[in-house]
Unconditional design. Structure first.
Length: 201
């Protein structure tokens, strides 16, 4: 039977499990990220895991949500930091940087491979509802920060930027030698169109 943990121990073990899960998701995906491997990685008994998390799915969803929120917050803060000089070039660079960070994390594969859907199906109903009510990394929310953006077109702009975002899953087909340049070029085309329409209005 696992021993009782102090609040400090719980916080420490929880953070270690989150970090171990993030590394494992990036390397192996959901199916090969097992509780046995995680507890071995952080050197705790298996019973202690269940004192912190009722299931693997809850841990993985929490890690996904934390990374998601971190990138969305960074995205918004970067846009707000250049609000007084919100040029097409600045917005292009910000979107490019965030896309590259998504590519370097587990998020893109996690969201596109069916892993996120599996995790959500394993969650308790109250967490599923919270997910449904929550925000995604919303391009529309980001675009709303740009003054005078055409709100009628924001859905199309968002769809175009999401389409470009999914290209990180096809880096080999695109060609790794030119991928970063092609990604930035594609983002720039959409952002320039947004700013051109603002200018013409």
């Amino acid at each position: 039977m696992p021993i009782a943990l102090s609040s400090e121990q719980r916080i420490s073990i929880k953070r270690k499990l989150q970090l171990a899960a993030e590394v494992s998701l990036k390397k192996y995906g959901v199916k090969k990220t097992t509780i046995d491997n995680l507890v071995q990685s952080v050197n705790i008994p298996k019973g202690t895991f269940y004192l912190i998390y009722p299931s693997k799915a809850i841990l993985l969803y929490e890690v996904f949500q934390m990374k998601h929120d971190e990138l969305q917050h960074e995205f918004v803060m970067k846009v707000l930091s250049v609000k007084d000089d919100l040029s097409a070039a600045n917005v292009t660079n910000i979107i490019f940087e965030v896309y590259k960070k998504m590519d370097a994390s587990f998020l893109m594969l996690f969201m596109s491979s069916g892993d996120l859907e599996w995790v959500i199906k394993e969650l308790p109903p109250e967490i599923i509802q919270k997910h449904i009510d929550g925000d995604e990394i919303s391009m529309e929310k980001i675009l709303s920060i740009i003054p005078n953006v055409n709100k009628k077109m924001s859905g199309l702009y968002s769809a175009a930027l999401r389409l470009v975002m999914t290209s990180v899953l096809h880096k080999e087909e695109v060609g790794e030698e030119y991928y970063d340049e092609a990604l930035k070029f594609s983002i720039s085309g959409i952002v320039n169109q947004i700013f051109e329409e603002i200018t013409n209005d």
